[in-house]
Design a protein around this ligand. Structure first.
Ligand code: SF4
Length: 141
């Protein structure tokens, strides 16, 4: 069986940094009765909810920070656990929450040297992993 991978917050899981979900009822209806794999890569990496918002600071080497804390290790742990999971599950496509440092596709918030987060071109860490596996991504805002 092939699964639709979905950012957990899009289907109502309160996994966002501020303790909210990003429920999209139209997506919920579209995927009703379909095989889905709900993933929150930040929770998978062990981050709590709520948590301070984090942004990518650099990509090579990867560094992810909140305003005053380095959370790179949690993001790497989430990515590693996800890679292991994807070895045993077949994914047809992915519906990812836009702009997140994990789930964002084509645009993400990035923290600059001045410690301010801005929307820039680029992909979140989960999106990059899926792209490397040629999995089609739909970004949901
Ligand atoms: S990491 Fe992805 S799934 Fe988790 S709350 Fe953020 S956007 Fe949603």
């Amino acid at each position: 069986m092939r699964y639709h991978l979905v950012s957990a917050c899009l289907l109502g899981i309160k996994s966002r940094y501020d303790g909210s979900s990003a429920l999209r009822t139209s997506l919920l209806k579209r995927l009703k009765d379909k095989p889905i794999l709900l993933i929150c890569p930040e929770k998978l990496g062990g981050l709590p909810t709520p948590r301070p918002p984090a942004q990518i600071v650099s990509r090579s080497p990867l560094q992810v920070k909140t305003r005053n804390k380095d959370v790179t290790a949690a993001f790497l742990r989430g990515a590693d656990r996800l890679m292991k999971l994807l070895k045993s599950v077949s994914i047809s496509d992915a519906y990812l929450k836009s702009r997140s440092p994990s789930c964002g596709y084509r645009k993400v918030y990035q923290r600059g040297p001045d410690n301010i987060a801005r929307l820039v071109k680029g992909n979140g860490i989960l999106a990059e992993l899926l792209m490397a596996k040629s999995i089609k991504i739909k970004s949901i805002s």
